[in-house]
Design a protein around this ligand. Structure first.
Ligand code: KIV
Ligand code: ZN
Length: 509
């Protein structure tokens, strides 16, 4: 049997730190369910002390995961952070506290303003303190990628001696070259006493586009845990993408003497889900999950693939859940057929939730004869977005065209069920609708980005709009909306972004 590489997912913590990718608790639970379907080993569910929302997410995900996965909460090397994480993880069947501090010269001198000896002291203190609450304590040596080799050995030795069960070696700034990062892991494997009794993790950032290569270099040199995110989401240029690193291990299992237990057939669905919830689109040429990842356009390539798939294709698309979209349902499909297909896609809906999606499905099937899996996913996401909304769209009407002045008449319903209708003019139809929305919601914001994509092929496809708005103070909120009418999707997307902004305000974030 080859070495098992543990997959530690941090989409809900580091991934969520991407500007505009923040998720509320309900959205995080939807992602967590998908992570469980992927069979990840560890879910880093949040940074509990950072906000009540993060605390609640860690608490609820711990409940959800049961004993299926380890659930982890991040802390600084600070007692009150650790107390808070322990509280959030109180009911977890398999809790882990992830604590640590910076170890590079830049972090010690400029950020923490402590000496090397003080850093060692704080390492011992934070690990021992976390150990009072849980057996499973993971220590991170932030900015290890730019640290002094021998000092890093001292820090990791201190963490291991204090009882850390996992030591995490992050390349926080994505600065390293793969060979150098691999050599660093090897140096630790050879220099730290007892390291063979703990799990060595790598956590790599993608600033130079090498996060996957760095994680692989870590695995080659002894690491047995990879920290990663769906679609490579994460701070700045992101983290190692789970789909990339897992498939790289799968393709090279023998030479690496390594395997993971990930259910790779769930990758495309996970990618679409995270993209839809966060509004972070996946580039078409993204490895494994991009729209073109298995598209062959040159005649020579097409000829080769038709003769034998592996002439130009190293992965069977079915292995990652990619493939031709299936026309699954039509207006004649009943409740049971919809429920069955949704279950096949991994959604278990009952009662009112199923009725709502069925109604939306019938509306769609009336307009668009063939309903694809992507359409169903889009309907579910649309329903989930409305679940926590403070304002919902009742109706929108536009009059526009040459030589009219674009005019929008809009009705929104608030959380108390009160409706309000307003009329606004604009330079174009979207401008008119957004001005109407602002007239009702009255929250300071600046529209920074707007894009529209079709969910499937065909002229009758649903149009999915993504917007990003910047709130007072600079925080970015993403919104999404899908509908057959792109004015309606645009309105829903803007409302979605403003609803998130308002919810954050309510929660004091
Ligand atoms: O990049 C990093 O160093 C981190 C740590 C908190 C693990 O995200
Ligand atoms: Zn990170």
């Amino acid at each position: 049997m080859t070495r098992k590489i543990h997959i530690f997912d941090t989409t809900l913590r580091d991934g969520e730190q991407s500007p505009g990718a923040s998720m509320n608790t309900e959205e995080k639970l939807v992602v967590a369910r998908q992570l469980l379907r992927l069979n990840v080993d560890v879910i880093e569910a949040g940074f509990p002390i950072s906000s009540p929302g993060d605390f609640e997410s860690v608490r609820r995900i711990a409940e959800l995961a049961g004993d299926q996965a380890v659930v982890c909460g991040l802390t600084r090397a600070v007692e009150k952070d650790i107390d808070c994480a322990a509280d959030a993880l109180k009911y977890a069947k398999r809790p882990r506290i992830h604590t640590g501090l910076g170890v590079s010269p830049s972090h010690l001198r400029d950020k923490l303003r402590i000496t090397e000896d003080e850093c060692i002291e704080r390492t011992i203190k934070c690990v021992s303190y976390a150990k009072k609450y849980v057996e499973d304590v993971q220590f991170y040596a932030e900015d290890a990628g730019r640290s002094d080799y021998d000092f890093l050995v001292r820090v990791i030795q201190a963490a291991v001696d204090a009882g850390a069960t996992v030591v995490n070696i992050p390349d926080t700034t994505g600065y390293s070259l793969p060979e150098e990062f691999g050599a660093r892991i090897k140096y630790l494997m050879e220099g730290v006493r007892g390291i063979e009794n703990v799990t060595v993790a790598v956590h790599c950032h993608n600033d130079l586009g090498m996060a996957t290569a760095l994680a692989m270099a870590g695995v080659k040199n002894g690491a047995t845990q990879i920290e990663c995110t769906i679609n490579g989401l994460g701070e700045r240029a992101g983290n190692t993408a789970m789909e990339e690193v897992v498939m790289a291990i799968k393709m090279h299992e023998e030479e690496l003497d390594a395997h993971t237990d990930i259910n790779t057939r769930e990758f495309v669905k996970a990618s679409r889900l995270v993209s839809s919830i966060t509004g972070m689109n996946v580039q078409a040429n993204k490895a494994i999950v991009g729209a073109n990842a298995f598209a062959h356009s040159s005649g020579i390539h097409q000829d080769g693939v038709l003769k034998k798939r592996d002439t130009y294709e190293i992965i069977d698309p079915a292995d990652v859940g990619a493939g031709a979209s299936q026309i699954v349902l039509t207006a004649r499909s009943g409740h049971a057929a919809l429920k069955h297909r949704l279950e096949e896609l991994g959604y278990e809906l009952e009662g009112e939730a199923l009725d709502q999606v069925y109604e939306a499905f019938l509306n769609l099937a009336d307009k668009k004869k063939e309903v694809y899996d992507e359409d169903l996913e889009s309907l579910i996401n649309e329903r989930d977005r409305n679940e926590s909304a403070l304002y919902t769209l009742e109706s929108v009407q536009i009059s526009c065209g040459f030589p009219l002045t674009p005019t929008a008449t809009l009705t929104l319903k608030d959380a108390e069920g009160e409706t309000r209708t307003v009329c606004e003019y604009g330079t174009g139809p979207i401008d008119a609708v957004y001005k109407a929305v602002n007239k009702i919601i009255e929250v300071e914001n600046d529209l920074a980005e707007f894009s529209v994509q079709s969910v499937t092929r065909g002229i009758d496809a649903l149009g999915e709009v993504t917007v990003r708005v910047t709130a007072e103070g600079g925080k970015v909120y993403t919104g999404r909306g899908a509908d057959g009418d792109i004015i309606v999707s645009s309105t829903k997307a803007y409302l979605n972004a403003l609803n998130r902004l308002l919810l954050d305000k309510q929660e004091g974030r």
